[in-house]
Write a protein that binds this ligand. Sequence first.
Ligand SMILES: N[C@@H](CCC(=O)N[C@@H](CSC=O)C(=O)NCC(=O)O)C(=O)O
Length: 261
Amino acid sequence: MAVNLYLPHQYFTQDSKKIPVLVYLSGLTCTPNNASEKAFFQPYANQYGFAVLFPDTSPRGAGVKGEDDSWDFGTGAAFYLDATEDPWSHNYRMYSYILDDLIPQIGSSFTKLDTSNMSITGHSMGGYGALMFYLRNPTTFRSCSAFAPIANPSNCPWGEKCLGSYLGADRSKWAQYDPSDLVKTFTGDRKPILIHQGTSDGFYKEHQLQPENLVKAAEDSPLKGLIDLHLVEGYDHSYYFIASFVKDHCEFHAKYLGLSG
Ligand SMILES: N[C@@H](CCC(=O)N[C@@H](CSC=O)C(=O)NCC(=O)O)C(=O)O
């Protein structure tokens, strides 16, 4: 697996104050390079003074039979969960990897980072991942946003394929990872979650994303009225879309990371 870490200039010039971290989770087929090269977080990370951590989207070369058979399953498509079903459960453990291995390791290797002051965002499968990590761990992450997230994976073709194989047929296990279920029992503070969704996004039109389901589920939850969904006319699913709204997301997270008024 690969990982990219962007350190802002403050990491090298500030003596005493530690640097907060924004975790960015990528979508299906991505390596950490897609967002590092095409999302343009760097100028805003420098402006506000936060690092950006870009994890990988799956194990690489695990050798699990079938992991390279399709682009939306297996390699590049591990869905940020801990698989419970054979043959996936040994390697496909992205949830534990990110929370229990990667973040602590980054914190101990880069001692001027403050991994107790983190926010999370992501795109598509990674937008789902950001929502899911935040809704399950509201004290680990100060804020959450997402670009075109898979907001209700239990009810879309990508989610049914991946969750069904990694977690098995029992849908009650899927709910432990589905933002549109998790929101109903959220225990964190009442803060907005920022979401952008392009109306010309082909995957949105195919009902893979369904951010409206999250908004609806939140109406009966502690986050009632706080899913700040922006449907943006004419935008697609690409990194051009992400780059167009990355400024808004950085400004949003900077506020909760204590880096702006
Ligand atoms: N089959 C295509 C499409 C894959 C694709 O569009 N992936 C998106 C994420 S989709 C949901 O998680 C992506 O971010 N692609 C990388 C990019 O740089 O645009 C294919 O294999 O390309």
